[in-house]
Design a protein around this ligand. Structure first.
Ligand code: SAH
Ligand code: SF4
Ligand code: F3S
Length: 471
């Protein structure tokens, strides 16, 4: 039958009205990845994204509860949406998902009269049902059940057409770090199968032109434990995927970094020469109170092995300053670790008490003033270390992948990252060239200057969108 001649068959009637969704995401890469999943599902219901909250039919927040600041920001943004609801009435639906919704969704829905529904971290694939329910007039509900199926199986959803993508491989966290809320907000560890992840990634590479993948999880080093598989096996499988050029994984827990994985950094042609390995503190006694399961020496030993396996590998980290009763000596141990570890960059925070965690039950003698003074000192010290490291880049050549641009002091520059994740700025290879002409090109550059946070360079060669051998 010629369907072209029958418009009813050739163009199926859209069953959902055209609607707009505004969404705000807080927190980690996992949350941003989840938001992409939510947007993909909503696309199937004929929603398109908008940046303007006032024209949205649906307002969604994907929340984070890792530190008090993240919580406060969300509460104030949610409060502001009351005005929109009052102006538009039932025509706008407001929902809250993510880590705060997992733990306090029911209270939120009760407390904020303008909030229609809340959904936890393990039910995001049901977002279509929740939205449908709300638009049908059945609102004021909260769902925070855990998915109890034995097999964690998904397909990655990406809503962009960029060649860089995140792929979730494990959810939840079985660790019991005493300061951390994540085990409460994300539940128990569950891994996808190696074969499923490999096929998923193959599709992204073959059909969506993806060249760089970041494997995601709260503790990716625990990947596969529930299925008798390992992250190293997955790296081995991905080694065979033609067209995949760079492989990263985040976040790692030092306790679970195996010798096999360290060796993989040596033999893999895809693993990026960069690892984010959060240490949290350089004091063995604080690490014990944090229940991190390793010592300062063990951590430094891991770095030594990694650097022997992959010379020049760049390492970054997370630090918490002012954990309950951290002494001057314990803090000094963290500074000593920074000196010895030579991290390329760090994310650093003052300790934030989280309700329900073990650390929240510890008596704490530290004042906010001491905590913030320590944080300032540590950040300043780390910037000195970084400046030294970046200065060593001067005169050397690097391959960078162009992903943005900037206008520094009136000079237009392209911005790219090295596979070891360092930011480099440089003028386009042709005068008047813009980002649209060079986005996702691989370029060889020579570094001419550096600060603690980035490097300046000049282009030696534009390789176009396909890189030469990377590592
Ligand atoms: N799974 C990752 C970390 C996830 S949370 C890991 O184990 O490394 C991201 C970072 O937030 C942590 O590394 C830690 O540095 C910080 N963080 C977590 N809980 C915190 C708290 N209560 N106060 C301050 N920082 C915290
Ligand atoms: Fe939190 Fe520790 Fe799990 Fe990381 S490993 S998510 S810090 S409990
Ligand atoms: Fe925040 Fe949840 Fe991620 S608490 S850091 S969004 S796992």
């Amino acid at each position: 039958m010629n369907t072209e001649s029958n418009p009813e068959i050739a163009q199926p009637v859209k069953s959902y009205p055209k609607r707009k969704v505004w969404m705000k995401t807080y927190g980690c890469q996992m949350n941003y990845h989840d938001s992409e999943r939510v947007m993909d599902h909503l696309g199937e219901l004929n929603f398109t994204p908008t940046e303007d909250q006032n024209e949205a039919d649906l307002i969604l927040f994907n929340t984070c509860s890792i530190r008090d600041l993240a919580n406060q920001k969300f509460y104030s943004h949610l409060g502001e949406t009351k005005r929109i609801k009052e102006a538009k009435g039932e025509k706008v639906v407001i929902g809250v998902g993510g880590c705060i919704a997992q733990v306090e969704g029911k209270e939120l829905v009760k407390k904020y009269r303008h909030l229609d529904f809340a959904f936890g971290t393990d039910v995001i694939d049901q977002i279509g049902d929740f939205v449908f329910r709300s638009f049908s007039g059945d609102s004021k509900f909260a769902v925070n059940t855990w998915d109890r199926s034995t097999n964690y199986s998904i397909e990655t959803k990406i809503t962009h057409d960029e060649p860089r993508a995140f792929v979730n491989i494990i959810k939840g966290c079985n660790k019991v770090c005493s300061y951390c809320i994540v085990p409460f907000t994300r539940g128990k560890e569950r891994s996808r199968k190696v074969s499923e992840v490999r096929d998923d990634i193959k599709k992204l590479v073959e059909h969506r032109g993806v060249q760089e993948i970041t494997l995601l999880g709260q503790n990716v080093n625990s990947f596969g434990k529930d299925n008798g598989e390992t992250l190293t096996e997955l790296v081995g499988e991905l080694e065979k995927v033609n067209g995949l050029h760079v492989l990263r994984y985040t976040t790692s827990h030092p306790y679970d970094v195996s010798d096999e994985l360290i060796a993989a950094h040596g033999w893999s042609t895809k693993l990026a020469p960069h690892l984010h390995l959060p240490v949290q503190s350089g004091s063995t006694t604080v690490l014990k109170r944090m229940r991190r399961e390793y010592t300062k020496d063990h951590y430094l030993g891991l770095l030594e092995k990694l650097r022997a396996s992959k010379p020049g590998i760049v390492v970054s980290s997370d630090i918490i300053v002012g954990f309950p009763n951290e002494t001057d000596d314990e803090f000094a141990d963290t500074i000593d670790l920074l000196n010895r570890a030579e991290f390329d960059f760090i994310y650093s925070y003052t300790y934030s008490e989280r309700k329900g965690t073990r650390a929240s039950r510890m008596d704490d003698t530290l004042t906010d003033k001491i905590k913030s003074e320590r944080l300032q000192f540590l950040q300043k010290h780390q910037l000195e270390i970084q400046k030294n490291l970046r200065t060593q880049m001067v005169g050397k050549r690097y391959l960078v992948w162009v992903d943005g641009d900037s206008n520094m002091g009136g000079v237009y520059k392209l911005k790219g990252r090295t596979p070891c994740y360092r930011i480099v700025h440089f003028e386009p290879p042709v005068s008047g060239g813009e980002l649209k002409d060079f986005k996702w090109h691989w370029m060889e550059v020579e570094v001419s200057g550096a600060t603690a946070l980035s490097a300046q360079a000049k282009v030696i060669k534009d390789w176009g969108i396909n890189p030469p051998t990377i590592h």
